[in-house]
Design a protein around this ligand. Structure first.
Ligand SMILES: Cc1ncc(COP(=O)(O)O)c(C=O)c1O
Length: 472
């Protein structure tokens, strides 16, 4: 059995067959996308039933085909759902290679090229964000973990007590927009600050944190005996794609000596675009920034940069002895990544990023952001001009919320039904969100292959669904 599992010739044959199948798949999605549904929605029970009764045999081709058919197709031009990028195939090949080699790379010895590539990616990203040579960082497994990692560094630097040694004794808190991604609140709770640790600042009519309220919320927290250590800016926030005013947040943090963290999981990639980088003006004044390459920048998940204005801060978060991994716990060794990351065995995500970035240069990443953010702008204009739809705000990136309004029924119910009908039919894939209590449809235009015609078809299709449902 073991011999069979490691047979290089069956690997070669199956590998060729798989790559051929995937290349045909990509060709079909590029040339005849309308022949393929974006997703074939089945219930969890149907999928469970299928796979638990799936008999393993030597027909790998059939097995991979079944997996492909049941998956959601991000390379389809009508995929417009969650915030996850369409991987450039070369990056996926790098992922295949690194999966086979399985270099753990938490320490240098266990993945020399990927450790160095990760270092270079972090340095280049820091530079792209406008930081100076003192900045640096690393990559980690997703935005959620990245925010927690950065906020632990904030606590280490700003808290009056050494929580790492003594545990939490003093109520601590941070300020963040009420529209921020839930993982910021999750990080706060993991750090043991509880309900009172997240001070949610209201947003304005464009869903941006109201920086004019920061002082009031801060003073109130202090009066309640909380030690406020940080403020978090969203660049951008998840539901609407709105960018907080990072300059104003930086000024506020400077005034009160707070750690300034930017959750740029989705939208810090605007730094790659000359057209859109004004959205993140002030990002280089942050103490830490995180950014997911797997949300907008052509790299398969997970691949998240964690950048510190002062790279020294990244070494202080975790201070633990691990003599089986490195000889000196105190040394700031950029090449022994596990000293600074949650992960010990670490996925070589730098390789996937480096493969795309180093080969195609900044130009590809800029073209990607210009294309998908540009689609967001154009779709916003189309919706604004369409009498049967409305926008809650002018879109700022490739995330666009909108809703159908030409109905005398409850609009929330109408839009929920539209989303459900789209999901069930599978011709498009989009999601929904709740804004100020109202249901909106929400697209993330992640695929550069999406065209204006696709977007026109979407509005037409929604109108048809809405009319059909109203007349039922
Ligand atoms: C603003 C923001 N922060 C953090 C996250 C979490 O990132 P991840 O899914 O990579 O853990 C998201 C995900 O949508 C996000 O939009």
């Amino acid at each position: 059995m073991i011999k069979d599992a490691f047979n290089p010739e069956s690997f070669r044959a199956t590998g060729h067959e798989l790559i051929d199948m995937l290349a045909d798949y990509l060709t079909q999605l590029q040339q005849n996308p309308s022949d393929v549904l974006v997703s074939k929605t089945q219930s969890p029970d149907e999928q469970l039933n299928k796979w638990q009764n799936f008999v393993g045999d030597q027909d790998w081709g059939n097995y991979f085909k079944e997996y492909l058919e049941d998956s959601i197709h991000l390379h389809h031009a009508k995929y417009m759902g969650h915030q996850i990028t369409v991987p450039a195939p070369i990056s996926s090949l790098a992922a295949l290679m690194s999966d086979l080699l399985n270099n753990g790379m938490g320490v240098y010895e266990m993945g020399q090229p990927s450790v160095v590539m990760e270092h270079l990616v972090a340095q280049r990203l820091a530079k792209k964000m406008g930081f100076d040579a003192q900045a640096g960082g690393f990559l980690t497994s997703g935005g959620t973990l990245a925010n927690l990692t950065a906020l632990l560094a904030a606590r280490r630097k700003k808290a009056s007590q050494d929580v790492w040694k003594t545990g939490n004794h003093q109520p601590m808190a941070l300020l963040v927009s009420e529209q921020a991604h839930y993982c910021v609140e999750r990080a706060v709770r993991i750090m043991g600050w509880g309900d009172a640790g997240v001070i949610k600042v209201p947003v304005d009519e464009n869903f941006r944190l109201r920086t004019d309220l920061l002082e009031t919320y801060y003073q109130q927290a202090k009066a309640e005996g909380k030690e406020v250590i940080a403020a978090v800016g969203s660049a951008c926030s998840t539901a609407t794609g709105a960018y907080d005013d990072l300059e104003a947040l930086a000024d506020f943090c400077q005034k009160h000596d707070l750690w300034f963290h930017v959750d740029g999981a989705h939208g810090a990639s605007a730094v790659f675009s000359n057209k859109f980088n004004a959205k993140v003006k002030g990002i280089n004044r942050a103490d830490s920034v995180i950014m997911d390459f797997h949300k907008t920048l052509l790299v398969p998940a997970l691949a998240t940069g964690v950048i510190f204005k002062d790279v020294n801060d990244s070494y202080n978060t975790f201070a633990q002895n691990a003599h089986y991994l490195w000889s000196n716990d105190e040394d700031k060794e950029w090449f022994n990544l596990a000293k600074r990351t949650f992960e010990t065995t670490k996925f070589p995500m730098g390789f996937k990023i480096f493969t795309v970035w180093n080969h195609y240069g900044d130009e590809l990443l800029e073209e990607m952001i210009d294309t998908i953010f540009g689609l967001g702008e154009q779709f916003g204009e189309m919706v604004a001009q369409h009498p049967q739809f409305e926008l809650p705000m002018v879109p700022e990136c490739n995330i666009v919320c909108f809703r159908y309004i030409d109905s005398s029924e409850d609009l929330n119910a109408v839009n929920r039904r539209i989303r459900q009908a789209i999901l069930e039919e599978g011709k498009f894939y989009l999601v929904q969100t709740l804004l100020s209590g109202d249901t909106y449809l929400r697209v993330t235009l992640a695929n550069p292959a999406t065209t204006i015609q696709d977007l026109e078809e979407l509005l037409e299709y929604i109108t048809q669904i809405a009319k059909a449902e109203v007349s039922v």
